[in-house]
Design a protein around this ligand. Structure first.
Ligand code: GRF
Length: 207
């Protein structure tokens, strides 16, 4: 399968998924990175790894692509799935319609708790701690036209410990994000390859 990853920041989830594709734990290839911040860590890593970088969206400051041009660019790269990994802009309806049930996002709380456009970055973890919740953790969900509301695919509970700061909790959750996003992407990419494996198995037995 061919994957596009969208990032706005450091891109640690992007890196862990990329490593998993290189090592064959995910049967897919990241063929393009999309970012709204051309200087972010994720974009730097893509360039250093030989992954093409696309700037999106177009803003006053940046010469990004329009939604229509982004869809055609992704089609040219023959992208099957889109993985949002710390991409902070809303995904336009045009892209969602072009890739139905093919866009995933990761969010660092147990959705539907602490989701929506006001919960991003450290704000999520601060709010979790302030609420007194005993568990938090990453959610991977399909993307619809709103923030953090699409169908949930995977979650992992992570304990909130006494004396946790937002930074300490964020690091504990991020560690689990890396594993969960790799597992979810692997499952997504296996769909077809398991059929192929079955065919090969039958062929091998038939011989
Ligand atoms: C992660 O916490 C993710 O859940 C959120 O943004 C952060 C991205 O981190 N959506 P990184 O850029 O993958 O390091």
């Amino acid at each position: 399968k061919k994957l596009a990853v969208f990032v706005s920041g450091g891109g640690s989830n992007f890196r862990s998924i990329h490593e998993a594709t290189v090592e064959g734990r995910v049967k897919g290839d990241i063929v393009v990175l999309v970012t709204n911040k051309s200087g972010c860590g994720g974009a730097e890593y893509a360039r250093a790894s030989g992954i093409p970088v696309i700037l999106f969206p177009k803003t006053k400051e940046t010469e990004g692509l329009s939604p229509t041009d982004l869809v055609s660019a992704l089609r040219k790269f023959e992208v099957d799935f889109i993985l949002l990994a710390g991409y902070l802009k809303l995904i336009p309806a045009e892209l969602i319609q072009a890739y139905p049930r093919s866009i995933l996002n990761i969010h660092p709380s147990l959705l539907p708790a602490f989701g929506g456009k006001d919960y991003y970055g450290m704000k999520v973890h601060k709010a979790v701690i302030a609420s007194g919740a005993r568990y938090s953790g990453p959610t991977i969900h399909f993307v619809d036209e709103h923030y953090d509301t699409g169908r949930i695919l995977a979650q992992k509970a992570v304990p909130v410990l006494a004396n946790d700061t937002a930074e300490v909790l964020a690091a504990r959750v991020l560690h689990e994000e890396h594993q969960l996003y790799v597992e979810a992407t692997a499952a997504l990419c296996e769909d077809l390859s398991s059929e192929v494996e079955k065919t090969q198995m039958y062929t091998a037995e038939g011989n």
